[in-house]
Design a protein around this ligand. Structure first.
Ligand code: DAH
Length: 487
């Protein structure tokens, strides 16, 4: 991928070599130093204007060309195909570009103007109107508008500023799916609700134990869209949604149980238990999450609901009604293949990928015949924890600090900024970062934080010198970028 930045007077390429790691700070420096800031950025041939909202480091942009969900034999790609096999008639969209408008990612889905997901502490911005999508739902309205199929699936990379630990990575993959019906195809004699019930009947049955204690519609917690649907229609849509998604879980967990039991056919298999819980998304009502009982815990697998009719109306298909879901592919792939650390998905080490190769070499074509093999862990290399403690910049508020201004407006300190600096300095050399101590000075009211950064390579043993050098660099960058004072 080419990521080039053009200012009025020069062109420089930022995605190469070590230089790219520090550019996040350079963006900030460009503005604070009042140098002429770069005017545009080009990502895979598409050019975007830049402004002071830009907070996306080149190391993040460098992940765009990886497209792990499409890489042959990659566990994310295998997981995608296992789920796709449950929706043979749905149109697939697997190559949608990750740079989207704020309108696509948030406004079109009814996110409130002050929704926390829009904050620059959580979302990677390119400019004030452009972001790296934070979820595949960013393409929902456009896909409804294109109106090419009654059902669709979207699989893609998504980007979020988040914690650093074994189950979070700033880039991950989601699959989104939807199913709609056109009201005009039905008459008062065969109602829409009856027609959807007939579709429910046509779905395969399963025999898993489903807990579903909540009413489909709850006036406060999970309201009916009264202006658009009758209660009978929503009961039918919900039944279709639930059965379809329970079948996804059956598909995945049958593979997972078989893999966990290994070759021992007699190994005892716990019966699969799933439950529906009420949820809230700005773009569905009613909404639910589906959880699966897996190795002793309830695990959230997906979010879903009856699509807000305003989205369909705004997309020019007011006559269509239906449901949609979204799920995270990493979480499912981690349990399916028993992968202990999310960084492994990004490994270019042949020892990782070759494990998942289909023996017949057929890959994608072997369709539903996936033989899921559990990940054979490399030996685990030692962890090297290092602490860093600092005072937040003094502020009138004892509760927090403020970041140096990038555009004249000081920003509140956010933990995700620490995470971002760690990623920029150490990349995947860090397994996790945890806040281990927090303290407010009784006299000055200044706040001090201590983070434990756990350095651990997936591929070899780090020397103490290497870790010390990385940690020293991190300490320096924290002071430069966040204006904190080391203790
Ligand atoms: N976009 C949601 C997320 O990232 C998941 C989701 C929930 C997608 C409900 C949907 C939906 O389409 O209807 O958590």
């Amino acid at each position: 991928m080419r990521v080039s930045v053009r200012s009025s007077g020069f062109v420089c390429t930022l995605c190469r070599s070590k230089q790219s790691r520090t550019v996040g700070a350079q963006w900030r420096r460009y503005y604070s130093a009042k140098e002429s800031p770069p005017k545009t950025i080009t990502i895979e041939g598409r050019t975007y204007p830049l402004d002071s909202h830009m907070n996306t480091p080149p190391a993040i942009l460098a992940n765009i060309p990886r497209r792990l969900h499409l890489q042959k034999d990659h566990p994310l790609s295998i997981t995608r195909q296992i789920i796709e096999s449950r929706f043979p008639d749905h149109k697939r969209h697997n190559a949608l570009f990750p740079v989207v408008s704020v309108h696509q990612n948030f406004d079109s889905l009814g996110f409130a103007p002050d929704h926390p997901g829009r904050a620059p502490s959580d979302t990677y911005y390119i400019n004030k109107d452009t972001v790296l999508r934070t979820h595949t739902s960013a393409h929902e309205a456009d896909t409804f508008r294109a109106n090419e199929s009654a059902g669709y699936l979207i699989s893609a990379d998504v980007y979020r500023r988040d914690a650093v630990d074994r189950s979070h990575y700033p880039v991950f993959h989601q699959m989104e799916g939807a199913q709609t019906w056109d009201r005009r195809n039905f008459s008062p004699y065969v109602s829409l609700a009856d027609a959807i019930w007939a579709d429910v009947e046509a779905l395969p049955k399963h025999d898993i134990d489903v807990e579903d204690p909540n009413p489909t519609i709850h006036p406060e917690r999970n309201p009916l869209q009264r202006a658009h649907h009758s209660p009978e229609e929503v009961e039918a849509i919900a039944a279709h949604l639930k059965r379809s998604l329970e079948l996804v879980v059956v598909e995945i967990f049958t593979h997972a149980q078989r893999a966990a039991a290994g070759t021992d056919e007699t190994a005892s298999r716990e019966p699969l238990r799933v439950r529906w819980v009420e949820a809230f998304f700005p773009f569905t009502s009613p909404s639910w999450e589906l959880e699966v009982f897996w190795q002793g815990d309830w695990l959230e697998v997906l979010g879903c609901g009856v699509t807000k009719q305003d989205i369909l109306i705004d997309a020019g298909v007011p006559e269509r009604v239906g449901w949609a879901f979204g799920l995270g592919l990493e979480r499912i792939a981690m349990l399916l293949f028993d992968i202990p650390d999310i960084r492994l998905f990004w490994s270019k080490d042949a020892r990782f990928l070759s494990q998942f190769k289909e023996p017949d070499g057929k890959g994608e074509e072997s369709g539903m015949m996936w033989d899921v093999k559990r990940f054979q862990s490399f030996s685990k290399y030692p962890a090297a924890p290092r602490d860093v403690a600092f005072w937040l910049p003094s502020t009138t508020s004892p509760a927090g600090g403020q970041l140096p201004a990038t555009s004249g407006v000081p920003r509140q300190f956010h933990e995700n900024d620490v995470m971002e600096v760690v990623r920029e300095v150490a990349g995947s050399a860090v397994e996790d970062v945890r806040l281990v101590d927090e303290f407010v000075h009784p006299k000055t009211g200044r706040k001090s934080l201590c983070y434990r950064v756990n350095y651990r390579s997936l591929e070899r043993t780090f020397t103490a010198e290497e870790v010390n050098a990385l940690h020293e660099k991190l300490r320096k960058r924290l002071t430069e970028d966040l204006g904190v004072e080391l203790r």
